[in-house]
Write a protein that binds this ligand. Structure first.
Ligand SMILES: *Cc1c(COP(=O)(O)O)cnc(C)c1O
Length: 505
């Protein structure tokens, strides 16, 4: 076995003792600041502030010093899995490295300290950046116009389907259905349903692909849109995409492209050229901005010109001719679906994504896609003897395995995922896509070196061996964490979301 192999043990090397809740650190009368003695007459805040704006009861707030606060949160941060600590192989989520240059640019005072309600004249640099990002995303995807407002991919889908609905309604058409392949992400049917559409699931073929015949059979003039993810959540390029778009268009429908997997296509092909009418981008996936705890997401949406009248307002408009120079936020779009986000969307993410695109350039973006595809195929090749491969063909940016080879041992995908934690890895996406029983879905991204991929593959191979030799070890993992196997059903059904003083008493 390679000596590079990660030793069993948690890499999250915080202090070994239990960290209490911040409330449990509380000591009566302790605080984190000291103010000089009052040298003005005291006032009663209830006389100055409207009713309801003054809290009467501050009983349960923790009383802690600055040191208590800093140590508490710093310790918790060391318990975290993060892309700065190692591979974060979540399939479909594109957990790529977040370049530090992005952070540097986003923290320039002109951006970081700008007031979100500043008038356009004082935001010219930021508006120019946003306009530039819109153009870059349009260029990468083959779309005509882009809005940066949506706060995540899911909200981008919602916006896209709202525009499709507005388009049909404006043409006097009442369509009632949206088609979604069975390999789709759950947000797709949710976005359609939130817009009042009924969802028709389209089965994918034996080869994992969506076939024109299946779409043709379901496509009627009741269908507003087909939502398609390409490459699909199985990591497969939808080879019939052009024909499928023709079938939908022929009956007056529009094609929504779920762009979460755009990382695989950057600089190689463009959804807009394949027939997609509207799509979202996940800046926190493809364009390297942090996910979740690292900050909010952003899900810009690109549209073809036919949908441009419905874009959310305000739109950023570049002035020209008699209007003079510069950029304005334009609210005059009579058929707009309206505003989707306060101010300018999640502005910090837009700056980071712009920086990423500008620092890589067209050639760099293309190289990202090539390396992401190479990495996924490399992992697949290393793992295929040890884990079942449901759709055995070259993949794009991610690969899907299953626990079928482990059935005789009683070890399941969940057990493998839990055991990976003992090897110091965040588990991949499991049990998704739903069309694969016991799915293990891995997206290494272009960020990982071959050494890092080897270490990760060797951990998975070692676990497959353990499953045969000592299944109980795997079935009761993790063994090296502060918490072992949780009762996940109970955690989901009866979450404890409030601090209860009596609990710690
Ligand atoms: C991540 C993802 C989404 C949703 O995007 P969020 O930014 O998480 O809201 C939709 N579809 C697919 C295929 C995804 O991977």
């Amino acid at each position: 076995m390679s000596d590079r192999r990660t030793k069993v043990g948690n890499t999250a090397n915080g202090f070994a003792y239990e960290e209490p809740l911040i409330f449990e650190h509380s000591t009566d009368g302790r605080d984190g600041f000291s103010l000089p003695e009052l040298d003005v007459p005291p006032v009663d805040p209830t006389e100055l502030l409207p009713e309801g704006a003054v809290r009467e009861d501050l009983r349960d707030l923790p009383e802690v010093s600055e040191v208590d606060v800093v140590r508490h949160f710093t310790r918790l941060s060391t318990w975290n899995a993060a892309v700065d600590l190692g591979i974060y192989p979540l399939g479909s989520c594109t957990m790529k490295y977040n370049p530090k240059l992005n952070e540097k640019v986003a923290s320039l005072p002109g951006f970081a300290a700008a007031h979100p309600l500043a008038p356009d004249e004082l935001m010219q640099g930021f508006l120019q950046l946003c306009h530039g990002l819109e153009q870059q995303l349009a260029e990468v995807s083959g779309m005509d116009r882009v809005t940066l407002q949506p706060a995540a991919g899911a909200q981008g889908e919602l916006a896209g389907i709202m525009m499709i609905r507005a388009y049909h309604e404006h043409r006097g058409e009442k369509r009632s259905q949206v088609l979604v392949p069975d390999s789709a992400h759950g947000t797709n049917p949710a976005s359609a349903a939130l817009n009042g559409y009924s969802v028709t699931s389209i089965p994918t073929g034996e080869d994992g692909l969506l076939h024109p015949e299946a779409v043709e059979a379901a496509m009627t003039e009741e269908v507003a849109s087909l939502m398609i993810t390409n490459p699909s959540t199985l990591g497969l390029f939808e080879e019939h995409i052009a024909r499928i778009c023709e079938i939908v268009h022929a009956k007056g429908g529009l094609v929504y492209g779920d762009g979460a997997n755009l990382n695989a296509l950057l600089g190689i092909t463009r959804p807009g050229d394949l027939g997609i009418d509207v799509m979202h981008f996940n800046l926190h996936k493809t364009f390297s901005t942090p996910h979740g705890g690292g900050g909010p997401g952003a899900g810009p949406v690109g549209v073809k010109n036919i949908l441009a009248p419905y874009l959310p307002t305000p739109v950023i408009r570049k002035l020209g001719g008699d209007e003079g120079e510069g950029y304005v936020l334009d609210y005059e779009l009579p058929r707009s679906i309206g505003r989707l986000h306060g101010n300018n969307g999640n502005a910090g993410m837009l700056i980071r994504a712009y920086t990423y695109i500008r620092s890589l350039g067209p050639e760099g973006l293309k190289r990202c896609a090539e390396m992401a595809v190479l990495n996924a195929n490399y992992l697949l090749a290393r793992l295929r003897e040890h884990y079942h491969v449901p759709f055995d063909r070259p993949v794009l940016h991610e690969c899907v395995l299953s626990d079928k080879f482990l059935h005789e041992t009683g070890v399941t995908t969940l057990d493998v995922a839990k055991r990976l934690i003992d090897y110091g890895y965040h588990p991949p996406t499991v049990y998704f896509p739903l069309v694969v029983a016991g799915a293990i879905m891995i997206e290494p991204t272009e960020s990982e070196s071959v050494e890092s991929l080897d270490r990760f593959a060797e951990a998975l191979i070692a676990i497959a061996e353990e499953a045969h030799e000592d299944p109980e070890l795997v079935r009761t993992a993790p063994h090296h964490t502060r918490r072992t196997r949780l009762d996940e059903t109970r955690a989901a059904r009866h979450p404890v979301l409030r601090w209860q003083p009596e609990r710690s008493a």
